[in-house]
Design a protein around this ligand. Structure first.
Ligand SMILES: C[S@@+](CC[C@H](N)C(=O)[O-])C[C@H]1O[C@@H](n2cnc3c(N)ncnc32)[C@H](O)[C@@H]1O
Length: 251
């Protein structure tokens, strides 16, 4: 579909830079230094996916959970995956479909929530993406179980993480203890949620895991192995400092 600058502008605000060629591209509402986060994320996600699938992506299926405007869905399609995106917000999917049409992409989109993914999809995908959403949901374990249930082979998770807290909980007696498996922080996202920010979860309460909690939850959710992906040189400051992580997980 041939698009115009007016059509792009009519869909402001955008969250990503989508470059349509002919000098037509979206301008994200977030500052350019923060928008650069997507270069790092894309490089890390692509590296993990290519490292696992090599050249056999063509014809395999990918599900992008919390796909927003489809930025990463389109990237997976470019790698050869038959890709579908799911998102809770119709206004994000409106933009995702516009970008797909403008890019002659075959990515399909569905409105839905990660909390009910397994029953809604009732199938598995060779590759699943769960990027930038875990730390916006109020029940992270439920959501990871849902993502694991629809993952056939390989999943890439990207999330904000909180600092590690380690120790021992007393467990019925001073002598009986259990080690912490990392922590899950509770975050009040009510301000952004009430303001209608399109990147929040579907409730005002969010949770954010520590890296150890993330690894423990992934194994409990049904992944047999999970590894953090190392950021490359020049990575976005949050990934470089370990405050956001990309994680590869295998079924
Ligand atoms: C921070 S954005 C991340 C978008 C994209 N995955 C990325 O990494 O750039 C979170 C996205 O998840 C969607 N979302 C929020 N809660 C959701 C839920 N419970 N189920 C599915 N999508 C949800 C939002 O509408 C938004 O598009």
């Amino acid at each position: 579909m041939r698009i115009t600058a007016d059509q792009i502008e009519a869909l402001n605000p955008w969250f990503y830079v989508h470059d349509f060629g002919r000098g037509l591209k979206t301008t994200p509402a977030i500052p350019p230094n923060v928008s650069a986060i997507h270069d790092t994320r894309l490089a890390m996600v692509e590296a993990a996916v290519i490292s696992h699938f090599g050249t056999r992506a063509a014809g395999l299926d990918c599900l992008d959970v919390g796909c927003h405007e489809g930025y990463y869905s389109l990237a997976m399609e470019r790698l050869g995956f038959r890709t579908k995106g799911v998102d809770a917000r119709a206004e994000n999917l409106l933009r995702a479909r516009f970008v797909a049409d403008a890019s002659d992409s075959a990515v399909s989109y569905r409105e839905g929530r990660v909390e009910t993914l397994a029953a809604d999809e009732n199938r598995t995908y060779d590759l699943t993406l769960f990027l930038g959403l875990l730390y916006h949901v109020e029940d992270p374990m439920l959501c990871l179980r849902q993502v694991a249930a629809v993952t056939g082979e390989f999943c890439v998770i990207e999330t904000q993480v909180v600092d590690e807290v380690e120790g021992y909980a007393e467990w019925g007696s001073q002598e009986w203890t259990r080690p912490y498996q990392g922590i899950i922080a509770l975050i009040d996202e009510g301000g952004d949620f009430s303001a209608g920010i399109r990147e929040t979860g579907v409730t005002p309460m969010a949770t954010c895991p520590s890296p150890k909690a993330l690894m423990f939850m992934l194994r409990q959710a049904g992944f047999r192995r999970a590894e953090l992906v190392t950021p490359g040189p020049g990575a976005y400051e949050q990934h470089a400092r370990g405050k956001r992580v990309v994680c590869a997980a295998w079924k």
